[in-house]
Design a binder for this molecule. Structure first.
Ligand SMILES: NC(=O)C1=CN([C@@H]2O[C@H](COP(=O)(O)OP(=O)(O)OC[C@H]3O[C@@H](n4cnc5c(N)ncnc54)[C@H](OP(=O)(O)O)[C@@H]3O)[C@@H](O)[C@H]2O)C=CC1
Ligand SMILES: CC(=O)N[C@@H](CCC(=O)OP(=O)(O)O)C(=O)O
Length: 333
């Protein structure tokens, strides 16, 4: 097993790309060799953010095109591109590729037509990729599909309970900060549309509903909402117990996890404790009026929901400490 791995980040100038870059720079066993951005190619890393190469230290190389970053022969290539652009990539012949987009999460190309709104350009190769959510589906192979942000929170909350709850009528209510929508401005992301507002969107047609269903083994009703905050995501899940002690199942499943915490009885997950981190908090409550149980998971959409999970997957694949490079400590206000 090697002690160091070289890293290329494709789409490094987007939100998930920049967050991946930050974790790679903090990782003692990862060496950054390439950062890709079509719009910044040829420019220094400081063109993205003056904090890079701060105080004269050369922490990041100059930008190259996304195609050049893909082809540079790194041990690990993180792909942080929009779905349709990521779907078209030819994976490099060597090393491990971790795709943070949704472009390789399903074997069935029909899912892309129905839920993502495009015909997958490399449909015949989808079977080469494997979905990896470390606490539930550990990574294996060299082509890794990193989970979606809402799907991460819903699956962390419900995955360990899947065999112990009534599969009928499960409801997942999701809420995400605006960075979940990426950096490219759109009218629906304008401050005038988002601030002092909470909007449900893609109701009944969100692409994470089939992703959640694929890994639970049954369908769920999923409704996402946009919050007027920059980052952080909550999944509030409504289920009926099949009789088993659900809290004990969750506590046992996550007992050894460096990333996921099951909160003590009565404590509620809170965006402010997971924002800017790679941690997940889960809590479980019995509904005082009905026979339902409510399971809530909080993550940062850019942390455990994207870049933190991608680095965690890389760590597991290379035999590095699972939490190396991740943001898990601190009690910041
Ligand atoms: N934001 C989030 O919380 C999460 C996002 N994801 C997924 O991760 C992927 C990346 O998301 P995110 O980082 O938020 O996206 P951003 O829009 O912030 O960044 C995308 C990057 O890809 C580059 N790019 C290359 N080709 C295109 C193109 N045709 N159109 C637009 N951009 C292009 C961009 O420009 P350039 O090359 O010029 O720099 C940009 O740097 C997406 O597939 C998203 O669904 C997954 C989980 C959470
Ligand atoms: C707030 C917001 O818009 N969030 C994005 C989630 C992005 C993501 O994780 O999804 P994919 O990787 O599957 O595209 C959305 O709802 O589409």
């Amino acid at each position: 097993m090697q002690n160091m791995a070289s890293v290329s980040i494709v789409g490094a100038a987007g939100y998930t790309g920049q967050e991946t870059l930050d974790r790679v720079l903090a990782h003692p066993q990862l060496e950054l060799v390439a950062i890709g951005s079509d719009s910044l190619a040829g420019q220094p890393a400081t063109a993205l953010d003056p904090r890079l190469n701060r105080n004269g230290g050369k922490r990041a190389p100059i930008f190259i095109t996304n195609d050049a970053a893909l082809a540079c022969g790194a041990d690990i290539t993180f792909v942080c591109l929009p779905n349709e652009r990521a779907a078209a990539i030819e994976p490099p012949a060597r090393g491990v590729v971790i795709d943070l987009s949704g472009a390789h999460r399903f074997d069935d190309a029909e899912v892309y037509r129905r839920w993502y709104g495009f015909d997958h350009p490399r449909a015949g190769e989808l079977g080469r990729w494997s979905y990896a959510l470390p606490e539930l589906v550990p990574p294996h192979g060299t082509l890794i599909a990193n989970p979606g942000c809402y799907a991460t929170a819903a699956l962390l909350a419900l995955g360990p309970l899947a065999g112990a709850i009534d599969p009928a009528g499960v409801v997942v209510d999701g809420k995400s900060g605006m960075t979940g929508a990426g950096k490219v401005p759109r009218p629906s992301m304008h401050a005038g549309a988002v601030l002092e507002n909470i909007s449900p969107y893609k109701v009944g047609v969100h692409q994470h509903a089939p992703e959640i269903a694929a890994h639970l083994g049954f369908d769920v009703t999923f409704v996402p909402h946009l919050l007027p905050v920059r980052r952080g995501l909550l999944a509030t899940c409504y289920v009926r117990s099949g009789g088993a002690g659900l809290r004990a199942l969750l506590e046992a499943h996550y007992a050894d996890s460096p990333v996921v915490t099951v909160l003590p009885e009565g404590a509620t997950p809170d965006l402010s404790r997971v924002r800017h981190t790679d941690a997940a908090e889960i809590a479980l409550f019995d509904d005082g009026f009905t026979d339902r149980t409510i399971v809530i998971c909080a993550v940062d959409n850019l942390g455990k929901g994207a870049a933190g999970q991608a680095v965690q997957n890389a760590n597991l694949l290379f035999g590095f400490p699972e939490a190396a490079g991740l943001r898990l400590s601190g009690v910041l206000v």
